[in-house]
Design a protein around this ligand. Sequence first.
Ligand SMILES: [Zn+2]
Length: 320
Amino acid sequence: MLLNDFAANDELKFELTEAMKARSLPHAVIIEGEKGCGKRSLASVLAAYAVCTSSGDRPCGVCSGCVKAAKNIHPDIFVADGNNSGELNIESVRRIRSDAYIKPNEAPCKAYILLNCEKMLPAAQNAFLKVLEEPPENVMFIMTALSSANLLQTVRSRSRIMTLYPPSVNEAVAALKRIRPDISEEIISQSAADSGGNIGAALELIASGGEEEKKTAEEIFRAIPQSTEYALMLASGKIARNRAFAVAVLDRLCSLSAECVRASYGAADAGSAARELSERFSRKKLLKLQSTILHARDVLNINVNLNFYSTWLCAVLRSE
Ligand SMILES: [Zn+2]
């Protein structure tokens, strides 16, 4: 991720861009902001800046340092999380402190990403203070916290505090499209609106929503060959709840029907649900269902009444 891809916070981004160009980022920063606002993402951008080897703008996103940083395998980027037991206790902080004086392995600069620093006890913060007071050359400490007010004043005064604000819903939509190009626009817009623009919360909504959509799609598929219409009516009736959900279920149905067809040809990578479902239909029937479902997904692009749509869907799936 490059700084330009980071959503909103234009003033801070401008300031950071200038500092990066001048190679004058401070050696210690605290990124503060609510959960899900992008603290970790910004910390990764700053760490990539530290290890980037480009002679032009840093981070460049293409040098081996940037590539390793993006894959989380750079030997000069160290990550510790205060939410994980012992990772930022006094012993760990002492280890970080002495490690900071060892030269980087391959990068121009080493980066320590210390997440959820509000969980650091005062004794650990005091141990950390020593290295902040006499920072070694070529080291960057990037801390994150919900609020820097939760850290000792002595730590805050030796760090540059950067406050992140959640983007507007529109800005969040644009960012989510970049992060999850696999998700339909309707679901992204709905999740961004439901989370008030908080990208982290929207991503959680997308992930948690996924399970229910998957379950509903499987229920619909399973109900198709049943002798009575009732189970299919019940399952397809669930999509009338809201548009974003209906779209997501139909997207799932499209991929599930394609996977069932592949399973019927013995594809080894087909999931267990698709393998089991494919046995309930002939291949000819599966191919027909696949094209019916693709057509039904297209129909949903027209702004249809969802109650009528679910009844219609039930009828076309039964008629196959
Ligand atoms: Zn680079």
